[in-house]
Design a protein around this ligand. Structure first.
Ligand SMILES: N[C@@H](Cc1c[nH]c[nH+]1)C(=O)O
Length: 367
């Protein structure tokens, strides 16, 4: 009965998870802030049209819409803060020197839950580097994503690199394809359907299916595949990113993975961590569209740390100090300043339930 009080995919966070969620948000944002990223806090809802169309290739998928009785216009709850950061970078912060480094953290809402993630509301934390999507910018962003995720408590992090615009690049160059054909080949590669690829006459694309796996082997296969050098700069950039991750994350490469990469261009990446099913973050390079039609490169990442909360043990009794009636208020304040949590008696019948200590005079005494 009680679960039916909330719509599907929306839930309450209770103690101690709600507290842990706030601590995770703080820890990840602090790690990002230390690298010079300044926080922005866009609103939870916006006019639908300003949430879409700001990033090149962005679509209106996943929007939970409402009609605003005040403006009579359609509002949408944000499914992704990156598009809002793009809007801010292209408008209110358009005058700021580049590269512009911005960070964010807060709830996002999706129209539908996925099978893997039953939640429709989740916390998204991230950073966007605006004005460049060079190999150096990519290395900074991917390493920062790993650092932020580690600060949030994730262990044994894996980064899976991909090239979202790979088929388009090849189709426009050494392996020509028409638009419809390219779309089909992209889907078959995403599904790693070698049989269907061969049947579709796209045998030239077949080696890409094999070029997935641990980074060193996969990049070697991609290099061998790229006999014309059309991918040379991308492959060098991937090597720079992988080199930066040496010792902090396991790196894999899946060049044709497109799932979840809607607006990302030459680089995309997914983040995984020990004990968690599915990805806990992703990011990549993309293009911001300015009001005057100008296009600006950017690169960033988002992590979705909520699954980490399930790994947090429930049994972590913080030290809690019971304050009897008539206790020394100054002593209690001094102990709170030292990090104690105090629970004050309301009347004679108040019990020190859940407390580990009681204030005796000016000192905590173990119960
Ligand atoms: N916001 C994107 C990831 C991203 C951030 N910057 C670029 N890409 C997502 O959550 O899928």
């Amino acid at each position: 009965m009680t679960t039916a009080l909330l719509p599907e995919g929306l839930r309450d966070r209770l103690p101690p998870q709600a507290e842990a969620a706030a601590a995770i948000l703080r820890a990840a944002l602090d790690a990002i802030r230390a690298h010079g990223y300044e926080r922005v806090a866009p609103p939870l809802a916006e006019y639908e049209e300003s949430l879409v169309g700001r990033l090149k290739s962005g679509t209106a998928r996943d929007l939970l819409r409402v009609v605003d009785p005040l403006s009579q216009r359609t509002l949408a709850l944000r499914p992704d803060i990156t598009t809002q950061v793009g809007r801010i970078a292209a408008t209110r912060l358009a005058h700021r020197p580049r590269p512009l480094r911005l960070s964010y953290g807060g709830p996002v809402v999706k129209l539908r839950a996925s099978q893997l993630r039953p939640e429709r509301e989740m916390t998204q934390i991230g950073a966007e580097l605006i004005g460049s999507d060079s190999a150096a910018a990519a290395a900074e962003i991917v390493a920062l994503a790993v650092e932020a995720l580690a600060a949030a408590g994730a262990k044994s992090i894996t980064v899976d690199l991909t090239l979202p615009d790979l088929v388009d690049t090849l189709a426009a160059g050494p392996l020509p394809l028409g638009a419809a054909e390219a779309q089909r080949i992209r889907e078959l590669l995403d599904a790693k359907d070698a049989g269907a690829l061969a049947a579709a006459g796209a045998t030239a694309y077949l080696p890409l299916v094999e070029a997935a796996g641990p980074f060193p082997q996969a990049i070697e296969r991609l290099r061998a595949f790229d006999s014309t050098g059309a991918l040379a700069s991308r492959l060098s950039a991937l090597e720079a990113v992988a080199a930066r991750l040496d010792g902090i994350a396991t790196v894999t490469l899946d060049p044709t993975e497109r799932h979840g990469f809607e607006y990302q261009s030459w680089l995309g990446f997914s983040l995984f961590a020990e004990g968690l099913t599915g990805e806990v973050g992703r990011g990549g390079a993309y293009t911001i569209l300015h009001e005057d039609g100008r296009e600006e490169p950017a690169i960033g990442f988002s992590i979705y740390p909520d699954p980490l909360l399930d790994l947090i043990a429930d049994d972590q009794p913080a030290r809690r100090l019971f304050l009897p009636l008539g206790h020394d208020r100054e002593a209690a304040a001094a102990l709170r300043a030292q990090g104690w949590i105090t629970v004050a008696a309301l009347d004679e019948s108040s019990q020190p339930a859940g407390c580990t200590h009681v204030l005796a005079g000016r000192e905590p005494r173990v119960i």
